[in-house]
Design a protein around this ligand. Structure first.
Ligand SMILES: *Cc1c(COP(=O)(O)O)cnc(C)c1O
Ligand SMILES: [Zn+2]
Length: 410
């Protein structure tokens, strides 16, 4: 495994192309306000055989991560089970709802907070619809970094309770998810008011977060014996999972570890679907003038009206030959209940991919079937989707559906 890198990481602005070294203060380009990518970083994934015997966490992909594990900060995140679904041959679910804080956001948070600790940060701020803030707060607690999280006032009470228990200072902001983000950005840029020694641990702006979420793609590749399904169905709001998986796919292809890209089917909730709408209109950027985002949705984790990396998300999906679709709240409720009846208790947002599959919105794989045998003789699923967040910290969408065992004395 490569040695730890302690040199500062380099960033490149997507707007003006300027390169600069990472600092605690710069979360977007000071010249043009563009978003950053990592610069000078073209990692080469190791052959599959070299991975055996490594720690059972996402840090096993050391060659492709921009920094090494910090043993005090890591909570053993990653390598979540990939399961088949009994009556749905060809479909696999990756169970990221069993991550340390209950969502895939731990992948990005573990990497981003580790970087913040290496920068010597003593406090950080984040904004979130819930899960990203919780993940950042948990890893910040591990790192001994003070944490403040800006949330929409409507965030599930259980998520707020979890944040407080983790020691985060919670600022609930009236209005939408965007208003919470605005409040965080204002604080991130306000050194005169004593906020300036902080670090904006934004899962949207900080590219390191995406280099954490990309491990979802690497795990899938490894768990399927060096293959990938034809379709990867992912929820999309700010695109941290879509963009992370796209990074992994491109890195694997560039290194010749796979021979073609699976297509990404990105799923939005119809009540807030700027990306699906832009996709339908053939727009390159959801910020282009389009009808308003919609009336809202129970899928609170993807209710993002103006995704900052919107154009990048659309380009990533297009690059894989994929598509962006949307599902209604009614379909999400049904999918949520259906998953629960299979033993998977997830939050409503986590049911959007299952809903898209049930609604026939995932195009069937074309070309030669890839359901060929994997390393242990088992079939490689044609379609994989994640369970992104546990149901334990969200408000359930409905009273429990009637059970087969009716207790007549109630
Ligand atoms: C964050 C989150 C999403 C969406 O991720 P984006 O990065 O906003 O695209 C989906 N599901 C759950 C449970 C989440 O926490
Ligand atoms: Zn710039």
């Amino acid at each position: 495994m490569p040695a730890a890198t302690s040199a500062p990481l380099a960033l490149r602005c997507r707007g003006c192309g300027r390169r600069r070294l990472q600092t605690a203060a710069a979360w977007r380009c000071p010249d043009c306000r563009g978003l950053f990518d990592l610069a000078d970083f073209t990692p080469v994934p190791p052959p599959l055989a070299e991975l055996s015997g490594r720690p059972a966490t996402l840090w096993r992909y050391a060659e492709v991560l921009p920094l090494t594990v910090h043993p005090d900060i890591s909570m053993g995140e990653g390598l979540t089970p990939l399961l088949g679904v009994p009556d749905r041959p060809g479909v696999g679910v990756k169970t990221d709802h069993v991550m340390p804080t209950g969502s895939f956001k731990d992948r990005g948070a573990a990497v981003l907070v580790t970087a913040a600790a290496r920068l010597g940060v003593t406090r950080l701020i984040a904004d979130s619809s819930g899960n990203a803030g919780i993940a950042i707060a948990a890893y910040a607690a591990r790192a001994g970094i003070a944490c403040r999280v800006y949330l929409p006032a409507t965030t599930s009470t259980r998520k707020v309770a979890q944040l407080r228990a983790l020691g985060a200072e919670v600022r609930q902001v009236p209005g939408s998810r965007e208003d919470a983000a605005q409040a965080a950005m204002l604080a991130a840029d306000r050194p005169a008011e004593g906020e300036g020694d902080g670090f904006y641990a934004s899962h949207v702006y900080q590219p390191l977060f995406l280099h954490g979420t990309k491990t979802f793609g690497y795990e899938l590749w490894e768990q399927l014996g060096g293959r990938l399904p034809a379709r990867i169905v992912l929820p999309v709001g700010n695109g941290t999972l879509v963009l992370g998986v796209h990074l992994a796919l491109r890195e694997l292809l560039a290194a010749g570890r796979i021979d073609r890209l699976p297509s990404i089917v990105a799923v939005q909730a119809a009540g807030c679907a700027p990306l699906a709408r832009a996709w339908q209109h053939g727009a390159l950027d959801p910020a282009a003038p389009l009808p308003p985002a919609g009336p809202g949705t129970i899928a609170e984790g993807i209710a993002i009206a103006r995704p900052a990396r919107g154009a990048q998300i659309l380009a990533a999906v297009r690059d894989t030959g994929g598509t962006v679709v949307s599902v209604t709240d009614e379909q999400v409720r049904a999918a949520h209940a259906d998953l629960a009846r299979r033993g998977f208790f997830v939050e409503p947002t986590s049911a959007v991919c299952w809903a898209a599959l049930a609604a026939g919105l995932v195009p069937p794989p074309s070309g030669p079937a890839r359901g060929s045998a994997g390393p242990d003789g088992s079939a490689v699923p044609e379609i994989v989707l994640p369970l992104c967040g546990t149901g334990l910290k969200a408000e359930p969408p409905d009273p429990a559906p009637p059970s087969g065992w009716t207790l007549t004395d109630r």
